[in-house]
Design a protein around this ligand. Structure first.
Ligand code: FRU
Length: 425
């Protein structure tokens, strides 16, 4: 998914409601380099064919007139509820960290998933705890037993990233419950927190700002981990180990939902350095099923999408012109090149270089690599004109990157010829 025109960032309000998937997104339709945020909306029956539904949330109230910021959806008792952050930036001499900004948590309801009612304040910015700056945002709401829970991302006055938990019995009245931060700062602000269960394990996904210091690439990265989370008391213990959501560097601000079959699906924003054809900028990665096995979080492309790439072709070059899936058994020391994008295997890691297919001088890592793969050498590579996603070893690691202008070349130095599959309409 990409914006019809203009700018897209975070996925918002992901849900399955009345037989359709809904994907809302941070949208600046008038500015391809970002600006005032609206919520754009796509819907789909199968997460393959999408319909653009327009702009259901506009920055048109005193609580959100400087941006309808990120948030989530929950379907309850026949209604769809959206929770999001209303951004207000006051005019004046402010630092916009400790003053000059308001970020209330707002709530709207819908009976059809397309039209939304009156904006109501669920948590007023005046009611946030004292030890926080004005940066509290991105509510994610879910149901726990008969109660509802909300997790919000925040920046404490000590410049530490944190999350805040709220509870409600009716989705209208919310009470502050608890908070979590780390002893040593792990980024100064945690954006877009998400907490859910997979195979009996709690998975925490969030996007800490300035996690990586002194970098020419992106300092803000999306992280996932397996904390101990007590659902009853709403307390979380931060684990020692964590994983990058994706090794390519570009993915940020992911959000998850459960699909019609109960799978946990993650979608994230692929950051891009400049507009394509001067018209649009920002994409979503393919929907990924989240799995937890042996203390590791796996991300696998949605089976319906993977299975749709079933038209085998002998023309290797066709991988660069259209959307394609490449299956490659990439062994140590071997390499392949797709339209100028280079992939190779070294020290057990999958490495990639996009120098030749990325705007020169643009922000973002040119070189990226996975950690050492535990076993196996099978890569499934999804190629789109503006994005390459490499799934290594059945989703043990994924490496996704934005690309510009793939050439019509394909070469490989591999024992076994890669197989190319095109989309089967
Ligand atoms: C993350 C983010 C969110 C915010 C939104 C504004 O990319 O900064 O924290 O709600 O984008 O567009």
């Amino acid at each position: 998914l990409m914006p019809p025109v203009g700018w897209l960032n975070d996925p918002n309000g992901l849900c399955w409601y009345k037989g359709r998937y809904h994907v809302f997104f941070q949208y600046s339709p008038f500015e391809a380099n970002g600006g005032l945020k609206f919520w754009g909306h796509y819907s789909s029956e199968d997460m393959i064919s999408w319909r653009y539904e327009g702009v259901p949330l506009l920055p048109d109230s005193i609580y959100d007139c400087h941006g309808v910021y990120s948030g989530s959806a929950i379907a309850e008792k026949d209604k769809l509820h959206l929770f999001y952050t209303g951004n207000i930036k006051m005019d004046g001499d402010y630092d916009y960290i400790n003053n000059g900004r308001q970020s209330s948590t707002l709530h709207v309801e819908s009976a059809d998933g397309l039209h939304f009612g009156t904006k109501e304040v669920a948590v007023s910015c005046e009611d946030y705890p004292e030890n926080y700056t004005c940066h509290i945002r991105d509510p994610k709401v879910w149901k726990e037993g008969e109660e509802y829970r909300m997790i919000l991302g925040g920046r404490q006055k000590s410049d530490q990233g944190a999350v805040l938990f709220y509870r409600s019995e009716d989705l209208k009245n919310w009470k502050f419950d608890s908070e979590l931060t780390t002893e040593k700062a792990f980024g100064y602000m945690w954006e877009c927190p998400d907490l859910f269960n997979v195979n009996g394990r709690s998975v925490f996904v969030f996007s800490p700002m300035e996690l990586i210091e002194d970098t020419d690439g992106y300092a803000d990265r999306a992280i996932c981990m397996l904390p101990e989370f007590d659902e009853k008391t709403c307390t979380m213990k931060f684990p020692e180990n964590w994983q990058l959501l994706d090794c390519g560097g570009d993915l940020y601000a992911p959000q998850t939902m459960t699909d019609a079959d109960g799978n946990r699906i993650s979608i994230a924003w692929l950051r891009m350095p400049e507009p394509v054809d001067g018209i649009w900028q920002g994409m979503f990665c393919l929907p990924r099923v989240v799995d937890v096995q042996n203390d590791h979080i796996y991300f696998r492309v949605l089976p319906a999408i993977r299975d749709g790439f079933c038209k085998k072709t002998d023309s290797l070059v066709s991988a660069c012109g259209e959307c394609a899936m490449i299956r490659a058994e990439l062994k140590e020391g071997e390499s392949l090149e797709i339209g100028g994008y280079k992939i190779w295997r070294q020290s057990g890691k999958v490495c990639a270089d996009r120098t030749d297919v990325y705007p020169s001088g643009a922000k973002g890592w040119l070189h990226a690599e996975t950690p050492q793969l535990k076993e196996g050498d099978l890569l499934e590579i999804f190629v789109d004109p503006n994005m390459i996603e490499i799934y290594a070893n059945n989703g043990e690691y994924v490496l996704s990157q934005a690309v510009y202008g793939l050439g019509e070349t394909f070469s490989y130095k591999m024992e076994k010829k890669p197989e190319i599959y095109l989309w089967n309409e």
